[in-house]
Design a protein around this ligand. Structure first.
Ligand SMILES: [Zn+2]
Length: 334
């Protein structure tokens, strides 16, 4: 595991240039939207972009194409999250809702006006965490925009937002960069991992790939694949593996486990060159695919999709994992 690499906060990421240019033009023409909605899957740098825009609106010494300088008082206060005209609204705890009191606190008429006569910037992230009451409260604010106040909503699941909110925001959508761009960028930020594998596991999202590299996710995934292989060969005990897995982050457990099962299905029904995400495990997947029962594989995949919703949220995580791994142990039996 290496230290978290530093990403330059003062420029758009290489695959965000079009969106930045669009904003720059809008600002130049005095058409800067009052509300923006940044969408696209996780790991594409939407937060980075939101922060960059906030800093550029509050920077006292703008650079070319309106990027922030990173060193002036405005930039430093935004960076420290203490700028009086900058507010970042997030759930109190990750995964929890953003409540109406929080929205009211920051969107009351008086608090929407800049203290310094410049811009006021509010970032709401993730915006899909707004509960119904909070969303309704925000909607009122969006319906009566305040001059020079910019709201930036960030969401990887924009479909969960009420249509009334979406329609009042100008949408900026982010898509994964080309493999060449992503690999080049990743190579600048990680040194001891395989960028192609990381990107494949991250569905092409560079920041997610970077997160995997710095959090030791690759090693954890490889260990889980070894354990699944061991259970299949009856050299590992599903019950003790379930106990170990129950101590891990359940989101990752389901992601790697279901990714493995989906790859196996793809290889079983596809050709030699079937598109898989565990690209370093192609041989093992092919060997295994000849020994597993398709029907049971599909049934397990359904159970894993269901587990994606419930695992970790219930008290019996370990029992659920035991049940899933016992199904896996049985996957080869006709
Ligand atoms: Zn600055």
């Amino acid at each position: 595991m290496s230290d978290t690499p530093v990403i330059n906060k003062c420029t758009p990421l290489p695959w965000q240039m079009n969106q930045w240019q669009r904003l720059f033009e809008a600002k130049k023409d005095n058409r800067l939207p009052h509300a923006l909605l940044l969408t696209g899957s996780a790991g594409l740098g939407k937060s980075h972009f939101a922060h960059l825009l906030a800093a550029s609106l509050l920077c006292n010494s703008l650079q070319e194409t309106d990027t922030p300088c990173g060193v002036c008082k405005g930039c430093r206060l935004v960076d420290a999250d203490t700028h009086p005209d900058y507010t970042l609204i997030t759930p109190e705890e990750p995964g929890k809702a953003i409540k109406i009191d929080t929205i009211r606190q920051f969107t009351q008429r008086g608090s929407l006006t800049s203290q310094s006569g410049g811009f006021k910037v509010i970032i709401i992230e993730p915006a899909d965490a707004l509960n119904t009451a909070a969303a309704n409260s925000l909607l009122k604010t969006l319906e009566e925009p305040v001059d020079r106040t910019v709201m930036i909503l960030v969401s990887a699941s924009a479909g969960k937002l009420p249509a009334t909110i979406r329609s009042r925001c100008q949408q900026y959508h982010f898509t994964p960069p080309t493999a060449t761009t992503a690999v080049a960028w990743l190579n600048e930020h990680v040194n001891d991992s395989d960028p192609s594998l990381l990107l494949s596991l991250a569905s092409g999202a560079p920041l997610l790939a970077l997160k995997y590299a710095t959090e030791g996710a690759l090693a954890e995934r490889t260990k889980m694949i070894e354990e699944l292989t061991g259970i299949f060969k009856k050299t590992d005990n599903p019950i003790s593996i379930a106990l170990r897995w129950s101590q891990l982050d359940q989101g990752s457990v389901v992601k790697w486990f279901s990714g493995w099962v989906i790859d196996l299905i793809r290889v079983k029904i596809g050709s030699e060159s079937a598109a898989i995400i565990n690209i370093d495990q192609r041989e093992r997947l092919h060997a295994l695919s000849r020994k597993v029962n398709s029907k049971k594989l599909y049934a397990l995949m359904d159970r894993l999709f269901e587990a994606n919703r419930t695992l970790g949220a219930q008290l019996n995580t370990q029992m659920q994992l035991e049940s899933l791994l016992l199904d896996w142990a049985d996957i080869g039996v006709e």
